[in-house]
Ligand binder design. Sequence first.
Ligand code: DP6
Length: 328
Amino acid sequence: MSARSTHSCTARAHSNIALIKYWGKRDDRLKLPAVGSISMTLDALYTDTRVSFFPGAEHDSVDIGGRKVDPAPFTAFLDRVRARAGIDYRARVESWNNFPTGAGLASSASGFAALALAASRAAGLEANPRALSILARQGSGSAARSIFGGLVEMHRGTRDDGQDAFAEPIANSADWPLEVIVAITERAPKTVNSSVGMSGLAERSDYYDAWVLHAEDDLAAMREAIGGRDFEALGALAEMSCLKLHGLMLSTRPGLLYWNPATVAAMQAVRALRSEGVPVYFTIDAGPQVKAICEPEHAATVEQALAAVPGVLDTRRSALGPAAYVLD
Ligand code: DP6
């Protein structure tokens, strides 16, 4: 990273959903993942974040969606940027999501990716995408993937300093124009966030070793499905990784159950569509929302079917989104 002189920057980063899931850390402080992951960046869901460094200000301040939040977790993140840039200015951070925050729509992924880019630029750092991915990861593991567009792979890495734990793009929307229909079944923030849910997992779940042991095979199979543009293989692997993750969550002490009745109904609706010949598969993160993955020609049918599921409050349709970028 080299120094440039600006004090303010607004950046946009898109949310992502994992097809092969990340869950569990090999290092909590640096947020080093215990397993690699593969995700899709979503065009329709994004965070805009403005960071302004103020010489003379005493504290960082952070607003999300116009409401003040505790700046402590963000101060730790901004300290990394300040240390690299050699500045000591406090920051004003303003962030807006165009979707519900903290409800299983990956707001921490788009949020920390946008913050990494905006803060780096505002601090005068010319960060390359890999350095930004490493930085974003230290805010939230899944944020490392939202630096990139399209289909993205996050490397687990083996180094203690985390310099090999970053994401890389593997295909873009022109290569393979996939779509996702998000079925929103709850707008309130979830009660157990991902970091808390996955902390100390090795001691809290008897399934953890099996989860880590088979992760590389799942990643290899997904890489092959993407390389061969094999939609059925991609979808089946994504659904399997989702159900395996939720099995792991259920097995955790205390058990984590992120679904509500509408979540299950939407999963069943996806499988019913499939039995009628519509190629569509679901995935679900640490929340109650269901994301149905399909190719563009089936997206309208899938959206209509999910919108009709009792308990589905809203649907959002998304193509693959771009990499994080600067807005001003
Ligand atoms: C279920 O990235 O939110 O969405 O690294 O602790 O911030 P932290 O967790 P986070 O976890 C995401 C978990 C997941 C699966 C995934 O996105 O791969």
